[in-house]
Design a protein around this ligand. Structure first.
Ligand SMILES: [Zn+2]
Length: 365
């Protein structure tokens, strides 16, 4: 069989016929992004199952591109002044499966491509269940388990199959509260990537190879090494502020978005405590620590004066430090529970927060 026909077979479970032809003959950055999206999936059995499952609901008009959203980027671009909006026409963007908590800026021969990972939603949802003030309706052990799930998502050891196996039952009133900041946070992250592009951080920047999805099997190489831009830490701070300041948000919108961004960095701060315990940082770090980015926003946001400083500068930081210390201790004693690939849950089977145990390939496929 010719290589091309073999490739057609490989992509067939997740792409439409038209999409397969585009992947085999890349002519634009959109084609490049499509192939990037597809390659990550066909290399990963669990993701294959997630996408094939979604495809069953659209037997006649399936499109892999439509499966992924571009909304987080589009919503930010819509709010930019027209000259910046025009500039953003040069960049191609959209969500992918990846486990990089930040967005990624890829270098392609067809121009820059910016991506956001689909699993960020799950990271944020479970982090919020642990961190946010939910009127004491969430028991402490459930909060701890929620943090564990979120941390594992970002450590790339949690299976990304939440649509089939949701990990527990979250009451609707609580779900609404923990989901509320997520769109603003995803748009903040998309705005950060667009900010790099608008502020010309890419022109002077070198690129290097980086993986977007860590391999499950330690003997295998990480998935999808891609060329990504290395951006200086100073530029990272600038892009964070650009994400909040460049779009023309109303006063109320900006206030909501600033607190959502601060909560995002609070979540990232807790995750980084675990990551840095397991993988002590060595040499150059692509992004500054979340705490510095949190403080950068506090110190430089025009709206911050109006915020409850007692909450943001003391109470929340105290809470972050409390959980950071808890998880540093836990991961030091029990690293296996973070390194083992699989699924973690909010509670034991047949309890209020879990419901009956779902059996793989019996209750979901
Ligand atoms: Zn950045």
């Amino acid at each position: 069989m010719k290589q091309e026909d073999l490739d057609r077979l490989i992509y067939r479970p997740v792409c439409s016929t038209n999409e397969i032809e585009r992947i085999l003959d890349i002519k634009t950055a959109d084609d490049y992004l499509l192939k990037f999206r597809a390659d990550i999936i066909v290399d990963n059995m669990r993701l294959m199952r997630v996408v094939m499952n979604a495809r069953r609901a659209h037997p006649n008009n399936w499109s892999l591109n439509k499966y992924f959203s571009n909304n987080n980027f589009e919503n930010v671009i819509k709010k930019l002044p027209s000259n910046l909006r025009d500039k953003c026409n040069q960049i191609t963007f959209g969500n992918i499966f990846s486990t990089d908590p930040n967005g990624i800026l890829l270098k392609s021969e067809f121009g820059p491509i910016s991506t956001l990972c689909n699993s960020l939603y799950y990271f944020l949802k479970f982090m919020h269940l642990g961190l946010l003030d939910l009127d004491d309706k969430v028991p402490f052990d459930i909060r701890m388990n929620a943090f564990r799930i979120a941390i594992r998502v970002m450590l790339k050891t949690e299976a990304l199959d939440f649509t089939m196996d949701p990990r527990g039952i979250i009451p609707k009133s609580i779900l609404d509260k923990i989901e509320e900041p997520i769109p603003y946070q995803l748009e903040f992250i998309a705005g950060h990537e667009l900010g790099h592009f608008i502020l010309d951080h890419l022109s002077s920047t070198k690129s290097s190879k980086k993986s977007v999805l860590r391999s499950v099997n330690k003997d295998e190489p990480d998935y999808k090494l891609s060329k990504v831009y290395n951006i200086s830490q100073k530029h990272e701070f600038e892009a964070d502020l650009a994400s909040l300041n460049l779009p023309e948000f109303s006063y109320d919108e900006q206030k909501i978005r600033t607190s959502a961004a601060l909560i995002w960095f609070a979540c990232l701060d807790i995750f980084e405590a675990v990551r840095d315990t397991i993988y002590p940082p060595m040499g150059y770090q692509t992004h500054p620590p979340a705490r510095d980015r949190y403080l950068n926003i506090i110190e430089n946001s025009s709206l911050y004066k109006e915020f409850d400083t007692n909450y943001w500068k003391e109470q929340l930081i105290e809470m972050i430090d409390f959980f950071r210390n808890k998880f540093i201790e836990e991961v030091t004693l029990n690293i296996d529970s973070y390194e083992m690939y699989g699924s973690a849950y909010l509670a034991a089977p047949n309890t209020l927060w879990r419901g009956p145990e779902l059996i793989d390939r019996e209750d979901y496929y």
